[in-house]
Design a protein. Sequence first.
Length: 195
Amino acid sequence: MRPLDGQLELKVMAAPGPIPAAADVVPIFHQWIEKRRLESEILIDVADYSHVHQGPGVVLVGHERSYSLGHGQGGFGLTCRQKHSAAKGTASLRRLFQAALTACRLLEEEPGARGLKFSTADIRLRVLDRLRAPGGRETASGVMPELDPFLRELYAGASRIRVRVLPKSKEPFEVRVEIEGAPAIEALASRLASE
């Protein structure tokens, strides 16, 4: 199996500005379960880990994916963890990005999120299966041939896309993607939806 066929995690960093407290996010995620705000998802529960230093923050647990809003992994943002997917490779990436961007857009619309905005110019992608994708540069040769063209297509029109493999051999494989001239969330979400 290729590295991108397994469990993936995408973090979209928050833009500078207001950040909601965990106490504001918990009821939002409960409403998402009750009102089926993520239509294609089976959402199960909400857990508040905001007391854990550099932890996941507030977690919305779903059957196929979990979403968390917190400070872990280098800053405040929304993390979407894809537990399993029938899609493979680029198709799996597409589904992960679509789910994460949809959740970001919905959070930006929530009055209780206190003006939270996300930046599509700063994202982190992790491959969580360390047997298939050990951390560090040795996995890059299996990931980059699929990730690079996907990002260039998704961020078409951006002035610069910089992908850095984070050299953490004891952690899951991770890349940080920084984009200059990144489109807004709505533009990226519509590109993913139209394909």
